[in-house]
Design a protein around this ligand. Structure first.
Ligand code: GRF
Length: 199
């Protein structure tokens, strides 16, 4: 069994894609041990509860220092002994000690074809605004391992999506999710599970 913990800050549609893939049998031998958010109002937490998955909020607002917040995050993650941690729209920079503790066990979904439109400041709708500003004809999404840089870890899977002349940042964001993110995130988890078996 591959034990995963999903970290999400917002709507959680990528989390939903993982839940669906577990429920419809695409992801066999995978269990979502917990969903963790830094935002108590994240709909991702509600999606977890509706599917009887443990939903936890650890908000930096409840800690005096960033270090305390990160310590608490690490302690919480350790409890589930995850084989894999999935960042699915988690808007918190993961500190070095957590990356080192779970070395090669953290993956992230990014809404562009890395190395385009990634790195510091490229998150959420901004990624799509920048892609439109630059006038690219193709964009997409990437699932990659998390290392100590921003969006610099090994790429696991990517999928391209066409940009339409009529696209707004919002319409592009939605299409990239629908046509790429929701498909490649479960695929990347399956690939991780496959590599783990073959090690
Ligand atoms: C996605 O576009 C993901 O690539 C990005 O944040 C968004 C999260 O969407 N990192 P959701 O919360 O999974 O619906």
């Amino acid at each position: 069994m591959l034990r995963i913990v999903v970290l999400a800050s917002g709507n959680g549609s990528n989390l939903q894609a993982i839940i669906d893939a577990v429920q419809n049998g695409f992801l066999e031998e995978v269990s979502i041990e917990a969903v963790l958010s830094n935002n108590e109002n994240a709909f991702a937490l509600e999606r977890a509860r509706r599917n009887n998955i443990k939903a936890i909020c650890i908000s930096s607002k409840n800690y005096i220092s960033r270090e305390d917040f990160y310590d608490s995050l690490l302690e919480e993650l350790k409890k589930y002994e995850p084989d894999l941690i999935v960042l699915a729209g988690f808007l918190v920079n993961i500190p070095k000690n957590i990356i080192q503790y779970f070395k090669n066990k953290i993956i992230n979904i990014h809404p562009s074809l890395i190395p385009s439109f990634c790195g510091k400041g490229f998150y959420g709708i901004r990624v799509h605004e920048k892609a439109l500003e630059r006038g690219v004809k193709i964009t997409g999404a990437t699932v990659h391992f998390v290392d100590e840089g921003i969006d610099t870890g090994e790429i696991i899977i990517q999928k391209a999506v066409k940009v339409m002349d009529t696209d707004t940042a919002k319409s592009l964001q939605e299409r990239v999710m629908k046509e790429a993110e929701w498909e490649i995130l479960p695929l990347a988890i399956a690939e991780f599970a496959r590599r783990r078996v073959n090690i």
